[in-house]
Design a protein around this ligand. Structure first.
Ligand code: RP5
Length: 169
């Protein structure tokens, strides 16, 4: 089975954030791969990976990095499939703002769909949404996932209702 989504991170130190993406893909039964590659430490491997990803069956790439965070943009420059970027609040970052801007502010022509800081779960949800366009079973699983979010708010309101306040109307 070929991976449909490839999760790439700049360093093992990004893993606590990026594994959230892996967990969601697992939940949605989407075949994926997850690896570390660095745009400055392994530039040739990044180029090879990004050039060949679609030929291996990968449909979407999720790339996470911290600090200067050029990895998602470099991958997008070589790849011919959508790249979703996850800015990671890493030990070397300026509170994550440097990573957000590096990924978000791509010059016109080579886009990276940028998620929130540490937003790896949303990256996987976005990737699943893209794949669901051509996969009815996955679309049904995504619909169930959405319903579970709705139920969560309904349950929250049930819990809130039980809290007593003297002045609550
Ligand atoms: C970035 O620098 C990585 O994506 C990571 O977020 C950050 C720190 O990397 P390490 O020094 O922990 O390897 O390239």
């Amino acid at each position: 089975m070929n991976p449909q989504v490839s999760i790439i991170m700049g360093s093992l130190s990004d893993m606590p954030v990026m594994e959230e993406a892996a967990r969601f893909l697992e939940q949605m039964e989407i075949p994926f791969e997850i690896n570390a590659l660095s745009a400055h430490r392994t530039p040739d491997k990044v180029a090879d990976f990004a050039r060949n990803a679609s030929q291996r069956g990968v449909r979407v790439i999720i790339a996470g990095a911290g600090g200067a965070a050029h990895l998602p943009g470099v991958i997008a420059a070589y790849a011919d499939i959508p790249v979703i970027g996850v800015p990671v609040k890493s030990s070397n970052s300026l509170a994550g703002l440097d990573s957000i801007l590096s990924i978000l502010q791509m010059p016109a022509g080579i886009p990276v769909a940028t998620m929130a800081l540490d937003g790896a779960r949303n990256a996987a949800i976005f990737a699943a949404g893209i794949l669901a366009l051509g996969n009815q079973e996955l679309a049904a699983r995504m619909k169930d996932f959405r319903s579970s979010l709705t139920r969560k708010v309904e349950e929250a309101n049930e819990s809130i209702k039980k809290i007593q306040y003297r002045y609550k109307i």
